[in-house]
Design a protein. Sequence first.
Length: 291
Amino acid sequence: MSPSMAWVGDGLVPREEARVSIDDFAFRYGAACFETMLARHGRVFRLDAHLDRLERGVAGLRATPPARDLLQRAVTETLAANGLTEASVRLTVTAGSGRVPDLDRASDPQVVVTADPVPEAAAPARLRVSTVRLDQRRSLREAKSAQFLPYLLARAEAHDAGADDALMLDRAGRIAEAATANVFLVQGERLLTPSLESGALPGVTRAVVLDIARTLGVMVVEADVTPSELGRAGAVFLTSSVAGLRPVALIEGTPPACDPLTWRAPKGPHPLVERLQKAYEALVERECTGA
């Protein structure tokens, strides 16, 4: 079997030989932005949307975003080098290197791309309300930052409780997102998702699902979502680039100033979630095949 390949800097190297300097700000300070993307039929779904968000984040690090044609080539060549047409692709751009904590003095930002087979479809998720709170006023909240520690801690806490992922609240006690996905609630005929003001990441798949729902004539509400809203939810699902739409089976935990919470999905798939899933999959196929 040929070795797995990664793109580092300006070319491909065997993944086990990939290196970034210990002086890189990604290592020293977590100063990097990344995107995790879905490739199907050798083409990344909504690549431009991912690169738009990445470029905004890198600019927020006071670094010059790499040329878009370089990023596109790095993604394409990494997929080809690994012989993958269906893949989870991670693209990272660092703020550069330096030995003092000064973003304006960092130089030589690094581009890193890896590609892995898409994981098998997961069972409906079990979520645990995390004690880790998101700061809805944090810097670069609209970017996927390498400063990922709160999410890692929340996921570890969820796993300790036997759950798959964490449901994260902002400092005001509102539902923001899962540790690795955006959150949607189905309440009757309407689709409810936390507003970006709660600290939710403006996910690429989140935006696609909102557009699909509106096209299907579904009422869409982006608003503050408190844990009490779960009591009126007939379904809950997560969205992320690689997993797409993933139903939620169970949510447990003790939100601030609330009694212990348990929400269970009704048996069987929810009709609206199924419609959204089918429409989403059809859109991915169309865009990634050019049909």
